[in-house]
Design a protein around this ligand. Structure first.
Ligand SMILES: Nc1nc2c(ncn2[C@@H]2O[C@H](COP(=O)(O)OP(=O)(O)OP(=O)(O)O)[C@@H](O)[C@H]2O)c(=O)[nH]1
Ligand SMILES: [Mg+2]
Length: 187
């Protein structure tokens, strides 16, 4: 039984639903906050995720970051040495999707060329009539940039565990690969 810990940065434009997603996931869907509370700086949430078909687990340290530019300098300091990346946009807000490139660039500056598990999340899929970013378009963008993709509705509690399970599983896989490489070198 292996217990891993991973620092996961959660980023994206303001009001896309990052805090809602992190809080619902960490509190097992306890309460959806209808009213918007701006995140100032970074809020840390922790949750342990089991890795399927193993007895292993990954403790995710979620760094729920402010989308407002005002806090970016202070945040980048707290972003040092991440293990996993989660970029969220709002499927009803095209600008929030376009800005994912900017968020990814900021994150990549922290990872010094290392490949880390990453996921792009399209949130607010419950607002069906207001959707402006199509799934195919976002999925293609994610693939090009080496990210996995999923869509969520925090409000409807749809798929909210998916991004974090994807990240935990990918992080665990990388760990296994490193262990195997190490064994092949010493044996
Ligand atoms: N309809 C709908 N609203 C959502 C959903 N997820 C979050 N919201 C709402 O969107 C607003 C913003 O959510 P937050 O989670 O605070 O946004 P944030 O990305 O953390 O914003 P910053 O902290 O400013 O970066 C809140 O009013 C939420 O209730 C969703 O899936 N559907
Ligand atoms: Mg927030």
């Amino acid at each position: 039984m292996v217990k891993l810990a991973a620092k996961c940065i959660l980023t994206g434009d303001s009001a896309v639903g990052k805090s809602a997603l992190a809080q619902m996931f960490c509190n097992d869907g306890a309460h959806f906050q209808k009213n918007y509370t701006l995140t100032t700086g970074v809020e840390l949430l922790v949750k342990t995720v089991s890795v399927p078909e193993t007895s292993d687990s990954v403790e995710l340290f979620l760094f729920d970051s402010a989308g407002k530019e005002l806090f970016s300098e202070m945040m980048e300091k707290l972003w040092e040495q991440p293990n996993a990346l989660c970029i969220v946009y709002d499927v009803t807000n095209e600008q929030s999707f376009n800005n994912c490139a900017k968020w990814l660039e900021k994150l990549r500056a922290q990872t010094l060329g290392m490949h880390l598990p990453g996921v792009l999340v399209g949130n607010k899929t419950d607002l069906i009539g207001r959707r402006v970013v199509e799934q195919k378009q976002a999925q293609e963008w994610a693939e090009i940039h080496g990210l996995q993709y999923c869509e969520t509705s925090v409000k409807e509690m749809e798929n909210i565990e998916a991004p974090f399970h994807i990240l935990a599983n990918s992080f665990h896989r990388l760990y296994r690969e490193k262990v195997e490489t190490f064994h092949s070198l010493v044996c």
